[in-house]
Write a protein that binds this ligand. Structure first.
Ligand SMILES: Cc1cc2nc3c(=O)[nH]c(=O)nc-3n(C[C@H](O)[C@H](O)[C@H](O)COP(=O)(O)O)c2cc1C
Length: 159
């Protein structure tokens, strides 16, 4: 990598992100992936964006279901970030042995997370090799009032 490409790559590493588990339920299956590219988009109505790679199993499931939940991770949830972020759910059940409940949309909400937002997709937009899904937040909750969110550091997950 040389010149502008290298500079762009280095500069992008200074963008800060949290770490989230994005879950959904479709055709009798539940699945989730870990995502860092998650953001607030509107106060009224309350909108959230997620950017999901087109090759992810979760991508097809969210396209199909039209719903997702954002599970916010804290530093004590790194193992969950690895469980959902380092392998695909296409052939394995990443939820095996994981406690969850559901709210409005039926998307799995982790018992162990900092906070959660249950969303219905209101639009989706192609963004290169990803799709940006905009979700309206229909319900939400805080599980650990005094918790702090995990800040994304690639060395935590990919070293
Ligand atoms: C910390 C972390 C952050 C990630 N952020 C994203 C993201 O924002 N969008 C995305 O599409 N994949 C992201 N991934 C990769 C997916 O979680 C990974 O490809 C996952 O295995 C996909 O699972 P699935 O095929 O069951 O959907 C991230 C992975 C990790 C570990």
């Amino acid at each position: 990598m040389t010149g502008a490409k290298e500079n762009i790559s280095k500069a992008k590493n200074f963008l800060s992100h949290g770490v989230y588990v994005i879950s959904t339920a479709f055709e009798g299956r539940v699945n989730a992936l870990t995502a860092a590219w998650v953001a607030r988009a509107s106060f009224v109505p309350p909108l959230i964006t997620i950017s999901i790679g087109k090759t992810r199993f979760s991508h097809d499931m969210i396209m199909g279901s039209g719903v997702f939940a954002v599970n916010v991770l804290g530093p004590e949830d790194i193992e969950a970030g690895k469980r959902f972020g380092l392998k695909t759910g296409r052939k394995t059940d990443k939820f095996e042995g994981v406690d969850y409940e559901t709210s409005v949309t039926g998307s799995p909400i982790l018992k162990d997370c900092l906070a959660w937002l249950d969303c219905r997709v209101v639009s989706s937009h192609e963004a290169g090799d990803h799709t940006i899904f905009i979700g309206e937040v229909l319900d939400g909750g805080v599980r650990r009032e005094n918790g702090v969110p995990l800040i994304y550091d690639r060395n935590t997950f990919f070293s």
